[in-house]
Design a protein around this ligand. Structure first.
Ligand code: BDR
Ligand code: CA
Length: 327
């Protein structure tokens, strides 16, 4: 990709999270291979608190060899926070492994807010930056509210979120990233007509297994990244089995990595053009993301929604790329 089309510039909006960390590792491996430039990491409140997601982003950047990328602190949600996902990802969001890594180098108290970084970078490089959003959409919505029209300055926005033709993972209808701050999700879906969406419809098929992890780490199993990866994988497998996310298979869902798969291996995904509507009010359906599949004239589409993934193709690339981070 880099040779033919130039280097991709990416801002990763993330709330690490075990699957965020694997998406992060994939990005870092692609930076190492010269395929992209990581412009900034904007952390968000979600899987765990804003302070914790900031700290783990700092630790993972260092672990993967990119300590100089700016990290933003998450915009806090007004009102009572929704229940986080520490029961899935560990109390620190990283499988309770944060104490096994060197302390974060970056300072949360003095860091810029994530929405300010998004505004600043998009204004500085209009049409050049891809926003990869793998967290609740609080930061992106805050940027749009502060500077209306700013999200249109992104080259592309790729979101992990929603559950369209399958059950949700927080409620029967809602997926975590959309549910956690559904008002923010609505703002982002209303901001442009070409959002790329990676919902549970595809990510529930992305079971990353222990065998795949073993294949990745075997070239340098004593290395710091390899050891951390194996331990995190072990933790995530346990919670995935507890919450019956993988049909009993020893693995866990790398939801967030689907965004990276789309950007660098787009042939592994099939999309449907649709109008995505976010339910912000419903008593039973708040946080649901809907598309209208009736055979009727539709409202204008605002998104490309992935509905099918070539799992084998996806994991072949994922595993081979992650090996380059281990060496
Ligand atoms: C999404 O929710 C979070 O828990 C994961 O990190 C992912 O972004 C999956 O529904
Ligand atoms: Ca996430």
């Amino acid at each position: 990709m880099s040779d033919l089309f130039g280097i991709s510039k990416i801002i990763l909006d993330t709330d690490p999270g075990g699957d965020d960390i694997f998406a992060f590792f994939w990005l870092q491996s692609l930076v190492k291979q010269g395929h992209l430039e990581l412009v900034a990491i904007t952390t968000a409140e979600g899987n765990v608190s804003a302070k914790k997601t900031f700290a783990s982003a700092s630790q993972i950047l260092k672990l993967g060899g990119l300590p100089d990328v700016e990290i933003g602190r998450g915009v806090l949600i007004k009102g009572d926070p929704a229940e986080d996902a520490a029961h899935i990802h560990g109390s620190d969001g990283m499988g309770n492994l944060s104490t096994t890594l060197p302390k974060p180098l970056d300072d949360y108290e003095t860091a810029r807010y994530s929405d300010d970084i998004i505004i600043d970078k998009l204004n500085a490089m209009p049409g050049e930056i891809i926003l990869v959003a793998i967290a609740p959409l609080t930061n992106l919505a805050a940027a749009e509210e502060k500077s209306p029209g700013i999200l249109k300055k992104a080259k592309q926005i790729v979101v992990m979120g929603g559950a369209f033709l399958c059950p949700g993972n927080v409620t029967p209808h809602a997926e975590f990233n959309i549910w956690f701050n559904s008002a923010a999700a609505k703002t982002v879906f209303d901001s442009r007509d070409d959002l790329v969406v990676m919902p549970l419809d595809v990510t529930r098929h992305l079971i990353f297994t222990r065998e795949m992890a073993d294949t990745i780490v075997q070239t340098n199993s004593d290395g710091e990244v390899a050891k951390f990866m194996q331990n995190l994988c072990g933790f995530m497998i346990q919670t995935a089995l507890t919450y019956r996310e993988t049909e009993g298979i020893e693995g866990f869902l790398v939801h967030d990595a689907a965004t990276i798969g789309y950007l660098f291996y787009p042939e592994t995904l099939t999309f449907c053009r649709a109008n995505v509507h976010v339910e912000t009010q419903g008593e039973w359906t708040r946080g649901q993301a809907l598309i209208d599949r009736r055979k009727r004239v539709k409202r204008p589409a605002n998104a490309w929604v992935a509905l099918h993934v070539d799992r084998v193709g996806f994991f072949t690339s994922f595993v081979e790329d992650l090996k380059t981070l281990i060496r």
